[in-house]
Each structure stands twice: as structure tokens, then as C-alpha cells.
Design a protein around this ligand. Structure first.
Ligand code: M6R
Length: 365
């Protein structure tokens, strides 16, 4: 079943070009219009929606964070993202004008299901982004967007995440187009860029030796910080979760602007910092954050867009992703972080596909 791969996780990482392409291309017609079978959000429906909640757990929650950025940017509707186990117990304000988006690979995560039921009871419209066809979350939703990742076996979610991101692009663009808040030129540009993401992921996967070498040199660290700005911070959270769950390294992610508000106190000689610096708009700010941690002795691995040679002067190691629009980098920058986590876990001799204490689908509280 592993088709020659050592673990399901690395097999699934390699399946991302296909999953991303399937999830995307099945929703585009010949003229690049988005066709969302199973989702009936008309212009009329959308004009009534004045608030969106995206609710999920773990990696799916991290996809939701990117979803917020996309919906607010493209469709101009306010979005709140919440962790399912928090949402269900905090009596959130939800009514008939609320759209509730649940994201779940398995569609069986108990907290997400309970949050969905609570929102439904209060009158919200329920849209879910699910990988497993016919799962509980899918069955209880008004509208369903299926990701086409294929079965995900490894406990650490990889291809489900990147396909969930594609779902969020399509949902956000669809909303924007339906309500006429996005201009045609920009819409076409984003769709055009989305379509070439699979081959760009392929390119990252074609050059994994550098990441493996880096992991082989860094696997002994007992803590790692991830940081970024803008949509990069959302990916930083995912990279950190990936690393901790399979390698048992104490890792966490922060918005780089928060460094001075606490975390910088922890930086000492040799502290490993993974800095995402893919956002052109925020690049200068990110560069100074990298300088700040390096000045205190950190060893910095940066993730940047190809062509950015300048960053090599500041970071110790640079992992490049192919160039793309700032809005689309998460689909690419997630991949080197998945590989980094994977090779570190392998180097530490961990049971990559079945990390201790974790289950693939969390059907209890
Ligand atoms: O099946 P779901 O997407 O609802 O699962 C949510 C989380 O349990 C899941 O993403 C978990 O965090 C993964 N182990 C992350 O790799």
C-alpha cells in the first residue's frame, strides 16, 4: 500500500500535486468559472450573510486561518476562526445570517461535529469542507465541499491540508464572484496561478535532498520556533504542529511582530528558528525580525520565494519555494515544512505514521 515509500506520510506528501489538481480542476469549467456542486450559495443567500465562522481542530483549524484571510480579502465578509472545542462551549453569537464553515478531513471529529450541531440549532447555514465522503460532518451539513485528497492514512495530516487550502480559495473566490466584489482581472490572475500550483509543488518535491540534509543536521534540537507575518504565520502554526506531533520536539509558532513582546527572551545561541518570509508586502519587516533573532545567536532557516538571493545574507539556510502571488504561498510553503518535520522525525527514529498518544480521528472529547 505504501507503494515503495517508507511511510504513508511521505507517500501522502508526494501525492499533493495530484490532490491539489483534482480538488481544483474538478471545480473549474472550460472558461475557468468555479462550479461548486453540492454548494448552493446564491447571491441572495450571500447578501444575508453578515458573519462567517470557520470552525475546526488541529491542521484543519490552520487551514481555516488561511480561509479567513482569503474570504476577507476576496469576498469582503468578516470571518472568525475558532477551535471546535472552544466554539461549542463559549456561547458564540450565531443566527440565521451566519454562515458556519466546518473543516474536517475525517468528518468524524467529535468536537467539530458538536460545534456544527450547536450552530445549526441556532439557525446558521452549514457548509463543510470534508475529505471523507458520507462522513457525519458531511451528512449533517447543508452544503458540502469535498476535498479530493484521497484516503489519508498517516496521523499527521499533509495532503488533506493543502487540498483544504484549495477548497478555501475556491469558496472565497466563488463568494467574491457571486457578490461582484472582485474584478475580473484579479480573479483570472488568481485562478491562473492556482492552476500552476501542482507543478510548483512537484518542483519542491523534486529537490528534497537539501531538506533532508538540513533535518539530519538539526534533529537534535529540543525546541524550535516558527514565525511569520500575514498569511505566513498561519503556515508557521501548521509547520510547528507537524514537527511536534511526529518528532516530539517542543515547537511553537508566533507572529513575528510578537517577538519583542516575550518570545525573544528565549532566544539563545543555537536556538533553531524557522522564519517564513514569503510575503513581498511584509518582507522588510520579516527581515528585521530575522536579524533580531540572529543577533541573539539563533540559527535561522528561512522559507522564501525563489529569486530572493538577498535573504541568504541574513538567514543561515534558505528553503526556496517557486515564486507565486503572496495570496497563494501557503500551498507551497507548507510543503518544505512537512518535509522538514518528516525527515527530523525519521532521523530521531520516531514512529512517523503513528505518533504516540495520537489517533487519526478524534471521536471522543
Ligand atoms: O479529521 P479532522 O480534520 O477533523 O482532524 C482534525 C485534527 O484532529 C487533525 O488535523 C490533527 O491535528 C492531525 N493529527 C494534524 O496532523
Amino acid at each position: 500500500e505504501k507503494e515503495g515509500y517508507q511511510h504513508f506520510m511521505i507517500k501522502e506528501i508526494n501525492e499533493q500535486p495530484k490532490g491539489v489538481s483534482e480538488t481544483l480542476m474538478r471545480r473549474l469549467d472550460k472558461e475557468d468559472h468555479i462550479v461548486l456542486d453540492g454548494i448552493e450559495l446564491t447571491k441572495e443567500d450571500l447578501t444575508h450573510i453578515n458573519k462567517i465562522y470557520i470552525v475546526a481542530c488541529g491542521t484543519a483549524y490552520h487551514a481555516g486561518l488561511v480561509g479567513r484571510y482569503l474570504i476577507e480579502k476576496f469576498a469582503k465578509i468578516p470571518v472568525e476562526v475558532d477551535i471546535s472545542s472552544e466554539f461549542r462551549y463559549r456561547d458564540p453569537f450565531v443566527d440565521e445570517n451566519t454562515l458556519f464553515i466546518a473543516i474536517s478531513q475525517s468528518g468524524e471529529t467529535l468536537d467539530t461535529l458538536a460545534a456544527l450541531r450547536e450552530a445549526k440549532r441556532k439557525g446558521a447555514r452549514i457548509l463543510s469542507v470534508v475529505n471523507v465522503v458520507g462522513s457525519s460532518v458531511a451528512r449533517e451539513s447543508h452544503d458540502v465541499f469535498y476535498t479530493w485528497a484521497g484516503p489519508e492514512i498517516a496521523v499527521a495530516s499533509t495532503k488533506a491540508y493543502t487540498t483544504q487550502l484549495i477548497a478555501m480559495y475556491l469558496i472565497a473566490l466563488h463568494m467574491a464572484k457571486t457578490t461582484d466584489v472582485i474584478c475580473d482581472e484579479y480573479y483570472q490572475k488568481v485562478i491562473g496561478e492556482l492552476k500552476i500550483l501542482p507543478e510548483k509543488i512537484e518542483r519542491i518535491l523534486g529537490d528534497i535532498d537539501r531538506i533532508q540534509h538540513l533535518a539530519d543536521a538539526q534533529f537534535n534540537n529540543e525546541s524550535v520556533f516558527f514565525m511569520g507575518r500575514g498569511v505566513d504565520v498561519n503556515v508557521a502554526h501548521e509547520g510547528s504542529l507537524k514537527l511536534k506531533e511526529i518528532s516530539y520536539i517542543n515547537s511553537f509558532a508566533i507572529a513575528a511582530g510578537e517577538l519583542k513582546h516575550g518570545t525573544i527572551a528565549l532566544i539563545e545561541d543555537g536556538t533553531l528558528v524557522v522564519a517564513l518570509a514569503t510575503q513581498d508586502r511584509l518582507y522588510e519587516k520579516m527581515l528585521s525580525n530575522i536579524q533580531e533573532v540572529r543577533a541573539r545567536g539563533a540559527y535561522v532557516v528561512a522559507v522564501a520565494k525563489e529569486g530572493n538571493k538577498e535573504i541568504e545574507k541574513t538567514a543561515d539556510v534558505v528553503l526556496y519555494i517557486p515564486d507565486t502571488m503572496d495570496e497563494l504561498t501557503p500551498v507551497l510553503s507548507a510543503v518544505p515544512l512537512q518535509l522538514f518535520a518528516y525527515f527530523i522525525a525519521v532521523a530521531r527514529g520516531c514512529d512517523v505514521d503513528k505518533p504516540k498518544n495520537l489517533a487519526k480521528s478524534v471521536t471522543v472529547e
